[in-house]
Ligand binder design. Structure first.
Ligand SMILES: *Cc1c(COP(=O)(O)O)cnc(C)c1O
Length: 477
């Protein structure tokens, strides 16, 4: 499989190149040259198989010759064996036509583990073969940082420097990062805001000498391999509920549009995805787009579903590529003018075409809290605020011809205990394997909001090349 940039002006890459590149050189995002196709018979044959086996069948065509089949199989087995539920992504029925897919059984209790746990292992495998090391740097306001740290801890080919704004992430979120004591993990508590953290990461990427010397890399949600890994659980849910012989709707709580784009991809591959319901909080740029056909930037306001507090949905560019019939030059033009004016529109015909598949609904904090309380009463399920937006959106609008809608539970309620308790009076408890989180030793380094100080720190802490050569030699033996 070969990969193209959505802006049509970057080299066509192989899977392992796309894995390590993240963003394309023309500023675009990578997509497969074509979507692999699954026949009804092939989809039917997946029913009843374990998660890792379905993952192998779904991912093999994306990976192509980049990783040997036996290696890919082993990596997938290892990735999902560590999850806290035998089914990996279990389905629970909420009412006669609504199911909840629990995507919080990974190590950090949010759906990002399903992709990042795989990404960490793929990085190590591909880098070892190429004899390379990378330095992953990132900024986090919570969920992404802990999922990336858990995925990359103790990986031989990777050093991680994760910046969080000192004193501005929740205690659960901080501890999930800072109690990982692996020698290749470096938590930096920056004296500043989340925006300062992001600006410093950007500045380090823009310092080309530093970027090359450190071999900087990123694992943010625009990385194609993350989307690819997320396609898997849509197939898992689909076949469990009767696909290919039953059409399925999915209701997805959305920020960067990564997760719901993976559902769209599953549909392009042959899964009967009949409706995609996009749920947003009051940061509703996507809902407004699906209502009107116009994407228009406004400010961001903090909500009780902070992982969806976004101003722009970066993965939406992947859908635009299809809207413009894969014309990269047009995507580039539209996004350039979007950056200048903060607004763009699609044609009425394009908008209508999207609305055949997509619906979108917005819920403010009061509506989200009400949904948490009502679902607890109706079905005994304790939902986190992100998941509650998914179930509320599923309630709002399922097309009459559809008999099964799957709402995605993207985080465990114990990740957001204060919001959940305020909504329904119950304080969720951490699962047993994390019960001692508040007693574990923490390690992090406070640093000033200063580029030179950060770069000095990273240079001094990164594992040096002689060690690298030794490790690679050992790894290859
Ligand atoms: C990241 C995140 C989301 C949003 O996912 P996108 O792929 O950015 O749309 C939703 N819920 C939770 C809990 C998350 O961590």
């Amino acid at each position: 499989m070969r990969y193209l940039s959505t802006r049509g002006d970057a080299p066509v890459l192989s899977f392992d190149e796309v894995l390590l590149a993240g963003l394309a050189r023309d500023g675009g995002l990578y997509l497969p040259e074509s979507w692999p196709q699954f026949s009804a018979g092939e989809i039917r044959a997946l029913a009843g198989k374990p998660y890792a086996e379905i993952a192998f069948a779904v991912l093999k065509p994306f990976v192509g010759d980049s990783i040997a089949e036996a290696d890919l199989k082993r990596i997938l087995d290892e990735t999902y064996a560590g999850f806290g539920h035998e089914a990996v992504a279990p389905l629970k029925q909420l009412d006669s036509r609504t199911w909840l897919m629990e995507l919080f059984h990974g190590p950090t209790l949010a759906f990002k583990d399903y992709a990042l746990q795989l990404l960490g292992r793929l990085f190590d495998h591909v880098l070892a073969r190429r004899g390379e090391r990378v330095t992953v740097i990132g900024a986090t306001s919570g969920d992404t940082g802990s999922a990336a740290i858990e995925a990359l801890r103790d990986r031989a080919q990777v050093d991680v420097f994760m910046l969080h704004p000192q004193g501005r992430v929740s205690e659960v979120q901080r501890r999930q990062m800072t109690t990982v004591l692996a020698p290749n993990i470096h938590n930096i508590a920056l004296e500043g805001t989340f925006d300062d953290c992001q600006d410093q990461v950007k500045a380090m990427f823009n310092d080309l000498a530093f970027r090359d010397a450190m071999n900087l890399s990123a694992v943010n949600s625009i990385n194609w391999a993350r989307i690819m890994a997320q396609v898997v659980y849509y197939f898992v849910a689909g076949v469990a509920l009767g696909a290919p012989d039953r059409a399925i709707a999915f209701s997805v709580p959305t920020g960067n549009f990564g997760n719901v784009f993976a559902a769209y991809g599953a549909g392009r591959m042959g899964l009967p995805v009949a409706q995609l319901i996009v749920g947003s909080n009051s940061n509703d740029i996507l809902t407004r787009f699906f209502d009107s056909g116009t994407m228009a930037v406004t400010g961001v306001s903090p909500t009780i579903s902070p992982s969806m507090d976004i101003q722009i949905s970066s993965n939406f560019e992947r859908l635009l590529f299809d809207v413009f019939d894969r014309d990269g030059a047009q995507v580039r033009r539209v996004l350039q003018s979007f950056r200048q004016s903060g607004e763009f529109s699609v044609s009425a015909e394009q908008h209508q075409r999207l609305r055949r598949l997509f619906d979108a609904h917005r819920f403010d904090d009061a509506e989200t809290s009400a949904e948490i309380a009502v679902r607890l009463q109706e079905s005994g399920e304790l939902l986190d605020p992100h998941s509650a937006i998914a179930t509320a959106a599923a309630r709002a609008e399922v097309r009459p011809e559809i008999s099964a809608v799957v709402a995605l539970a993207t985080a465990h309620p114990a990740k957001f205990p204060d919001a959940v308790e305020r909504a329904c009076g119950l304080r969720p408890e951490l699962p047993a394997r994390l019960a001692d989180l508040y007693e574990r030793e923490e390690r992090y380094t406070p640093l000033p909001n200063d580029l030179v100080a950060l770069q000095d720190y990273i240079r001094s802490q990164r594992q040096d090349p002689p060690q690298h050569a030794q490790r690679t030699a050992k790894g290859a033996a």
